[in-house]
Design a protein around this ligand. Sequence first.
Ligand SMILES: C[S@@+](CC[C@H](N)C(=O)[O-])C[C@H]1O[C@@H](n2cnc3c(N)ncnc32)[C@H](O)[C@@H]1O
Length: 293
Amino acid sequence: MTLQDWMNATAAQLDESGVFLGHGTDNSWDEALHLTLPLLDIPFDADPSVLQRVLTDDELSRLQVAREQRIARRIPTPYITRQAWFCGLPFYVDERVLIPRSPLGELIDDGFYPWLQHEPARILDLCCGSACIAIACAEAFPSAEVDAADISADALAVAAVNVGQYQLQGRLQLLESDMFSGVGNKRYDLIVCNPPYVDADDMAALPDEYRHEPELALASGADGLDFTRRLLREAADHLTGNGILIVEVGNSAEALERLFPAVPFVWLEFQRGGDGVFLLTAQDLQQCKGGFA
Ligand SMILES: C[S@@+](CC[C@H](N)C(=O)[O-])C[C@H]1O[C@@H](n2cnc3c(N)ncnc32)[C@H](O)[C@@H]1O
């Protein structure tokens, strides 16, 4: 069997099985590619002639196990290959972390233009998971000191693998922290946060694929805003005077607007898809502080 034969058969089976595509691809061919190429150590930019390569028995049996895991057990592809892409960078992932997919990646690629007035000296990635956001920020701003905080020691163990892979130990610090508890009294020019924000109704309706991800990374109370309410109360104390806070809340955006109608949330727009990301300045947060109580 050639790689082309395998790819055709796998894309067709993925289509027929009705697997949910929400972890890095939006069609069965790409899903099959992402499932197959990393397991064969073939780069994504390989010459298309690689498709004519004949698979060995050993390769075929490894690929069959992977396809079975994806289709029968609905395991998301990145957990099978142990690889996910964010801001064009590969990251190690496993079931201890959410699979990177935040629209915040587009803001990092654009250097947070036009929202940052100068290059940030200190950045915090709060709720860092695999540290994909922190690492992409460190790559985008080579002089910045970056902290990456998460409540989960398991997630931080995965983050440490990625920080090592990018050799950022000297400039990127991992902190075990419930919200800001482990951050001390440091202040940041930029706080970026992709927290848990799925509400109870959406949690109950999640496709099977998402049930392989840590619940701690997704669920945040009845309206999905338990974490964000606390964050809004505390964030001003951790920003510099010109600092900004950028937070993803996805589908919980409407509930947040209803909860705090007087807060001047700036809802950011994305070319590559995604929504439910707001920006607030340190001054906005300071002024609204009483209203978050
Ligand atoms: C949606 S995931 C985001 C992971 C990563 N930033 C990304 O975009 O792929 C949310 C993360 O928040 C962490 N988390 C949940 N509650 C937290 C808390 N109270 N303080 C700090 N981190 C928390 C979870 O462990 C999880 O890693």
